[in-house]
Design a protein around this ligand. Structure first.
Ligand SMILES: *Cc1c(COP(=O)(O)O)cnc(C)c1O
Length: 379
């Protein structure tokens, strides 16, 4: 089955009791047993829920994995991944990553004796310098957030992965439609389904997808033992959102290419970061590991101050000033003060995340309307 067909059908079957074509929302906390232990595969809703099962199966299919495990948020999914580790283990991560992921790693898991190294994954020498026998997890996010650098998943796996090391890719920015990391050798894919997967800015949900039964069993254990499960209503909305994932992402990518080109013509703008540009350093890799170049654009200003950025951020009408991304509506944000405020100033400067950097999540509105909106705001 091709992606578009899987998005609509994988894991979804008509409800056997009524024939309902849409997956029912099983809003129940427990299930009646005939006699102790004699049940229909469902005992308690933290452990199993039929609506959640459908979502998990669908997500596994979209990522060409064997198992999907859903969580209450993207960060709850990340939390579950960290719980695979033991004190003394080390993680080598890309240094340009979602602020909340950085915060969870450094502010919470360092406390439990796990050590994190953050390096630029485009620089293989830098990776070699921090990787050793204690490294149990490589953490890749690509395209990176908010600088939109591209990391070569396949070459990192081939060069650095050993038998006692896992490679995880946070695939939130690309979505499973554009990029399938398990096929490139990764062991774990993380999604904040809050973004493109649900796509309608009305759910917070996360997932882990794997292609190995024993790893899946560890995640099912953590899902049940830690209990950060999503509710059935949110699972239902996510299943519904996925049915149009490919159509939404196609249009958003087309709009983003159009806007990125236009932004480049502006005098006030210093840099426009978009992997679709032929002169973007990661363009060739993006072309080979992604279907399109994504729908995120970042740019900064020649007059590099937050005040200058604010003038634009306060003036857009269609681009709503808000955190998050991947919804049908376009959003504009200021990473230094919003999504990436938890990353220290020096770390931000190192990766080029300047005070005037503005990030766009391009939606599926009419592209000329979007351009008019940006044009009047930048002035
Ligand atoms: C939003 C986001 C997360 C966190 O997901 P939540 O659903 O907000 O918990 C993790 N990684 C990336 C790249 C994100 O954009």
């Amino acid at each position: 089955m091709k992606f578009e067909t899987k998005a609509i059908h994988a894991g979804v079957t008509p409800d056997p009791s009524t024939g309902a074509i849409m997956t029912p929302i099983f809003q129940t906390s427990t299930y009646v047993q005939k006699s102790p232990g004699d049940h229909q595969g469902f005992e308690y809703a933290r452990t199993q829920n039929p609506t959640r099962n459908v979502l998990q199966e669908n997500l596994a299919a979209l990522e060409n994995g064997t198992h999907g495990i859903a969580f209450g948020s993207g960060l709850a999914a990340l939390d579950a991944i960290m719980k695979l580790l033991n004190p003394g283990d080390e993680v080598v991560s890309t240094n340009d990553l979602y602020g909340g992921s950085y915060r969870l790693m450094v502010k919470l898991f360092e406390k439990y004796g796990i050590k994190f190294h953050f390096v630029d994954f485009r620089d293989h020498q830098a990776i070699s310098e921090v990787i050793h026998a204690k490294t149990k997890l490589l953490w890749i996010e690509t395209p990176t957030n908010p600088m939109l650098s591209i990391i070569d998943i396949k070459s990192i796996v081939e060069k650095y992965k050993t038998d006692n090391m896992l490679v995880c890719v946070d695939n939130t920015f690309a979505s499973p439609y554009l990029q399938q990391p398990l096929d490139l050798g990764a062991d774990i894919v993380l999604h904040s389904a809050t973004k493109y997967i649900n796509g309608h800015s009305d759910v917070v949900l996360g997932a882990v997808i794997v292609k190995d039964k024993s790893l899946a069993d560890q995640f099912y254990f953590i899902q049940n033992a830690s209990g950060a499960v999503p509710g059935p209503q949110d699972c239902f909305l996510t299943i519904r959102g996925i049915k149009t994932l490919h159509v939404r992402v196609d249009r958003a990518c087309e709009n983003a290419s159009y806007l990125a080109e236009k932004l480049r013509g502006f005098d006030k703008i210093a840099n426009v970061y978009f992997p679709g540009f032929e002169d973007h350093p990661g363009h060739t890799i993006a072309k080979s590991q992604m279907k399109h170049f994504g729908a995120m654009i970042s740019f900064d200003l020649k007059e590099d101050t937050q005040e200058q950025a604010n003038k634009i951020l306060e003036k857009t009408h269609l681009f709503a000033l808000a955190e998050s991304l991947g919804g049908v509506e376009s959003l504009i944000g200021h990473p230094a003060s919003m999504t990436h405020a938890s990353i220290p100033y020096d770390e931000r400067q190192k990766i080029g995340l300047t005070d005037s950097l503005i990030r766009l999540s391009v939606g599926i509105e009419n592209k000329e309307d979007l351009w008019e909106d940006l044009k009047q705001a930048i002035g």
